[in-house]
Design a protein around this ligand. Structure first.
Ligand code: ARG
Length: 286
């Protein structure tokens, strides 16, 4: 009997997991102040276009089988659409936010009370500046914690103490990548047997932080400047489907080559405030 050559198995069978997300419609979205280099208050944004892009992001999650909760947008808080900054939730424990910019500070209490009312009682509020999942990224094993522009380094041990998980501090050095979630994303969280699979843009990190990333994630996907500059690292993965800014075509190719399914969404109008798909999305981990 002659051996039959079977097709090579897909390099990895990526498995999608259902997620629960919190989002906030950009009803009052505007760029009225500049707290990052993407924001230019002299160029008015198209709120209707932002709403259309945001709606298609939400509908993309729903089509992928995820659950999306929505918090009511508040007039006078044009950045409230960026739900990722409002806290960090791991295993049902919520850590709220404390914003650096005075213009955003009122968002923290609105989200805190939403968490309290929707299954996340016992929210702890940080005493140091802490912009939630903008700077804190749970890999399933460690909490990566950015600093340099927004979240205070002293917020990192505060998060470690609350969650009882190891926190790894990373220093951001390029003002265009002012939050950790503009420079790094988890593609597959760690489980008991495998470390997390991540993608990041090396140019956003200090030399020492880069060495930490190389040590922790030797098989990470490294994004180039062209993808980073369209906020391509600001994606949302369910372990298989990776929702990415439409312009991040190089990263999409890399993902495909590694067995992921890139799902492209155009967030160009929200990018004018420095945000992409991940910024608009907070994961509610039950
Ligand atoms: N304009 C907002 C700010 O600068 C954008 C926040 C984007 N959010 C994020 N998770 N990176 O605060």
């Amino acid at each position: 009997m002659t051996a039959v050559a079977l097709p090579a198995p897909a390099q990895s069978a990526r498995v999608a997991h259902r997620r629960r997300y919190l989002m906030c419609a950009p009803k009052h979205f505007a760029v009225e102040y500049a707290i990052n280099p993407w924001m230019d208050p002299t160029r008015p944004v198209d709120t209707d276009l932002a709403m259309a892009q945001w709606t298609s992001l939400r509908d993309t999650y729903l089509a992928l089988g995820h659950t999306v909760d929505e918090i009511t947008p508040e007039i006078g808080l044009p950045d409230m659409v960026f739900a990722a900054n409002s806290g960090t939730i791991i295993a049902g424990q919520a850590l709220g936010a404390r914003f650096l910019a005075p213009e955003r500070q009122a968002e923290a209490e609105l989200y805190r009370s939403w968490f309290e009312g929707h299954g996340f009682a016992g929210v702890v509020m940080p005493s140091m500046v802490n912009e939630g999942e903008g700077d804190l990224t749970w890999t399933g094993q460690v909490l990566l914690a950015g600093s340099g522009f927004r979240t205070d380094v002293a917020a990192h041990p505060e998060a470690q103490e609350l969650f009882g998980v190891p926190v790894v501090s990373l220093r951001l050095v390029d003002p265009r990548f002012y939050h950790l979630d503009t420079a790094l994303m988890v593609l597959t969280p760690a489980d008991e047997s495998t470390p997390a699979h991540v993608a990041y843009f090396p140019g956003a990190f200090s030399a020492g932080s880069l060495r930490v990333l190389e040590r922790l994630f030797p098989d990470a996907l490294l994004a180039g400047p062209a993808d980073a500059e369209v906020l391509g690292l600001n994606g949302v993965s369910d372990g298989r489907n990776v929702v990415l800014p439409a312009q991040a075509t190089g990263l999409a190719e890399q993902l495909r080559a590694h067995g992921y399914e890139p799902v492209m969404v155009d967030m160009s109008e929200l990018r004018r405030s420095g945000g992409g798909p991940k910024c608009c999305t907070l994961e509610l981990r039950g």
